[in-house]
Design a protein around this ligand. Structure first.
Ligand SMILES: Nc1ncnc2c1ncn2[C@@H]1O[C@H](COP(=O)(O)OP(=O)(O)OP(=O)(O)O)[C@@H](O)[C@H]1O
Length: 246
């Protein structure tokens, strides 16, 4: 598997406190990866660094076949490179329909000039229907998004991110607040999405991580503590100690 993102020796301190400490790891180009770790392990800060929100004090982040340094890019440039981020809280346009939200996301992918003259063509409508099918909302295209369940809103937002065809999708705690059935559907969406791109899921819920059935990276004090299958990392004594707070 070729690497899409390579993080090496990255550190960042806030007021002298090292939130990320010589962090190194890589994500493949079509890979589903879960990142777990206790509170304060550095998971959010890692996503902030990759998306350009936080600048590290040291290290390298290389992206894509050409090993482009992400550290030279701002947040908008990084998004244009194909890195999408799903925050924990859904942020769909509540007074617009599911279809309108997906169309807007397709439109947002285009440059400013083309947006001026943009009218949804039949190809766009087809793409919207395909996206809706991908997230299981094909029967809800005409629904006002504000009336959707929490889980449906999360799926819609994932669909809006997929509309922009990211090569790497960072997803923060997608299972939070979901019913068991919604979690199952979310797993299916993420597993499918990761067949054609990298998907990194930060998650506290171990049952959800187990369902993802993917490689797991355990962060602790800003570094990688263990990596491998969930069974492998949860059998690691250091991981057990960290989770039990010993
Ligand atoms: N802007 C900031 N200023 C000061 N300290 C920060 C800042 N951002 C993060 N930290 C600290 O860095 C450490 C790592 O935080 P981070 O939010 O990345 O952890 P996390 O693994 O996402 O935790 P959680 O699971 O609770 O969300 C924490 O100790 C946090 O208090």
């Amino acid at each position: 598997m070729s690497q899409l993102l390579e993080v090496s020796g990255v550190s960042v301190s806030f007021d002298g406190f090292r939130a990320i400490n010589n962090l190194s790891f890589a994500i493949g180009s079509a890979e589903l990866r879960a990142i777990i770790g206790p509170n304060g392990a550095g998971k959010t800060t890692f996503m902030d660094i990759v998306t350009g929100k936080t600048r590290p004090d040291a290290g390298h982040i290389l992206w894509g076949d050409k090993s482009l340094s992400l550290l030279g890019l701002n947040e908008a440039q990084i998004a244009r490179e194909g890195i999408g981020r799903k925050f924990q809280k859904p942020t769909v346009f509540e007074d617009q329909t599911v279809e309108e939200n997906l169309l807007m996301a397709l439109k947002a992918k285009r440059g400013a000039l083309s947006v001026l003259f943009w009218k949804p063509a039949s190809a766009d409508m087809e793409r919207v229907r395909a996206l809706a099918a991908e997230i299981g909302l094909e029967d809800a295209l005409g629904r006002i998004s504000g009336t959707l369940s929490h889980g449906q809103k999360q799926w819609l937002e994932i669909g809006m991110l997929l509309a922009q065809e990211p090569r790497l999708l960072l997803v923060d705690e997608p299972a939070a607040g979901m019913t068991p059935a919604e979690r199952e559907h979310t797993t299916a969406i993420l597993v499918e999405a990761a067949k054609t791109r990298a998907v990194v899921v930060v998650e506290h819920d171990m049952e959800f991580v187990r369902r993802l059935n993917c490689r797991v990276t355990v962060l602790h004090e800003g570094s990688v503590l263990a990596e491998g299958s969930l069974d492998h990392v949860t059998a690691n004594k250091e991981v057990i100690d960290v989770y039990l707070g010993r």
